[in-house]
Design a protein around this ligand. Sequence first.
Ligand code: ATP
Length: 292
Amino acid sequence: MVDGAIDEHIVFDGITKKYGKTTVLSAVDFRIAAGERVALLGQNGAGKTTALRIALGLAKADSGTVRVMGVEPHRSEALVRLGYCPQVTSAPGVLRVRELVRMVADLKGADEPTHLYGRFGISSLLQRQVGALSIGQLRIVITLLAFVGDPELVVLDEPTAALDSEHKYIIWQHVAEYCQAGGTLLLASHDFSEVTQLADRALLLHRGRLVKDGPVTDIVALSDVTAVEVVGSIPVDLAGVSRVLNTPTRTILLTRDPEKVVHGVQREGHRRVLSRQPTLEEVFLTMGDAES
Ligand SMILES: Nc1ncnc2c1ncn2[C@@H]1O[C@H](COP(=O)(O)OP(=O)(O)OP(=O)(O)O)[C@@H](O)[C@H]1O
């Protein structure tokens, strides 16, 4: 172990991953220190889940080095110190919720986390079979499992994607308190509120490359921006446009004056124009030199 590595909870050094001929992650480098609160952003298919699974030793990189808690990720000394909430969840349906929680606690050599039942609002579900839970209830239980055994690091993959706002709040509250107490967070998310409330640093994956690593406050500063989406390309500079993102079929104009920009676009003869909230990834992309 090199000097200082003990305070680094996750190190990705030149991680490349291919599935067949498709490169899903390309030479990805980042370091997450103990106590950091990091969001991993990226459009669908950008490689977020793959990166998290590599960090947890559930998938193997084709090249590069990954270290979690200073060791290879599949090593038990790393695994007992972290918690994971996967995006796609399968759990043995015949087990009762309490049995599942106790099983995970046993695996981690931890006590049954009875203090979490009330916090996560699942006290009434403990005797329910896992297979009889709704998708949202299952997400909450799986998120709770990530906190069993007081981990130093939690890796959460879109933990609140299927939840209503009340249950999102329960999880955000718990994650925020966990972080305030010094826990390290790595969170994959598409949710603007979730990212801006919980994380202070964001990593953006774009087509498998890490194209931005910066403070979340940069995203908040751009939260009043509107995306004007136009089918086709816009060959001229339009007044009022802050940034332009080009996709193969569309031009996305980010602006604080959408009315002016929509008029400008229509003057250029474009009729297929949509004014909408930008996605988190679009906001973040506009702040770097990322290729769009
Ligand atoms: N086991 C696998 N076999 C083949 N391809 C895979 C496998 N797992 C992921 N992929 C592909 O790798 C790419 C990245 O997938 P990944 O799940 O990491 O993206 P993501 O950023 O988490 O997306 P989302 O936001 O939709 O969850 C996708 O094109 C996906 O189809």
